[in-house]
Design a protein around this ligand. Structure first.
Ligand code: GUN
Length: 287
């Protein structure tokens, strides 16, 4: 039997609709949430992501202020902008699109953001709070993935979960959220030995490595939930460019119990969760 295809785009639209009503309510009380979006350089993928985030903010009623900076910007100038946004009363959220150019120390930049405005949840304060169960802002992609998983299985306690990919943005926080939800969690990565066998044990697989079609049908336990975070641009034999995930979708859909498509799976949820984090930051900050 073919898997349930999890419609992340529809889920994100529902979340966005609810949020739009909440933002209208806030606006009627004089609070318009404001998101500062910083893009350094001309990376085409980053430009696309930033455009989508700004469009989503506008549709929800969040005011977005874009800061486009030259790829050669000095680190001190970027830090000075962050300091200014930290103390700006109108700014509720600060998003710095990653990756950053090599002259910039990303750790230093993330540490400079006021944790209360860190709507990506990357600041060590937010990471520490999350890991210790003390709250904190949760990174957008793992937050969205948890919502998608729970839309299929409300209670994941005791399930065997595998996260392939160990980035600070997705893999590590994802494993932490699954652990907190009661899963038995394995974190693997592209260099893990015996990955297909590790994967075949998992009831839930989240893949975020950026390698098109890595996860094949024979890696998947029948009935497993498969969440594909990968976004890879490939050129088909007839020369057309298209986006595919880290899972070989056409074959995996025949084995999995539920699976996210690319595009239209995790991507829209990441953006919806960024909007949610921004609105929550505004509410927390402005009381
Ligand atoms: N680059 C890729 N994913 C993300 C993300 O979730 N947030 C930011 N700021 N940059 C990214």
């Amino acid at each position: 039997m073919a898997a349930e295809v999890i419609d992340g785009a529809a889920f994100a639209r529902d979340l966005t609709r609810e949020l739009t009503a909440k933002v209208a309510d806030l606006a009627s009380q004089g609070t318009v949430p404001q998101l500062a979006v910083i893009l350094v350089g001309e990376d085409p993928a980053s430009q696309t992501y930033v455009r989508s985030k700004i469009r989503a903010a506008r549709s929800v009623g969040i005011r977005s202020v874009e800061h486009r900076l030259d790829a050669a910007i000095a680190q001190d100038d970027l830090l000075a902008l962050i300091v200014r946004l930290n103390s700006d009363a109108e700014t509720d959220g600060i998003l710095i699109q990653l990756p950053l150019p090599p002259q910039i120390d990303v750790t230093k930049v993330i540490r400079a953001i006021d944790p209360a405005k860190d709507v990506d949840g990357f600041h060590p304060n937010n990471v520490g709070q999350r890991v210790t169960g003390a709250g904190g802002i949760v990174p957008c992609t793992p937050k969205g993935v948890m919502l998608l998983i729970r839309s299929v299985v409300a209670n994941v306690e005791g399930l065997d979960a595998l996260v392939i990919g160990a980035s600070n943005i997705v893999g590590k926080p994802m494993a932490d959220l699954l652990l907190t939800a009661g899963c038995t969690v394995t974190t693997a990565h592209i260099k893990s030995v015996g990955l297909p066998g590790i994967c075949r044990r998992a009831d839930i697989v989240v893949v975020a490595v950026g390698k098109a079609g890595l996860v094949r049908a024979d890696w998947i336990k029948p009935g497993a939930i498969v969440i594909d975070v990968g976004i890879n641009r490939v050129i088909s034999p007839c020369g057309q460019s298209r986006l595919v995930g880290d899972v070989a979708f056409q074959e995996a859909v025949g084995v999995a119990g539920a699976i996210t498509p690319v595009p239209g799976g995790v991507g829209p949820m990441t953006i919806a969760c960024l909007m949610i984090n921004t609105v929550h930051a505004a509410i927390e900050r402005r009381g």
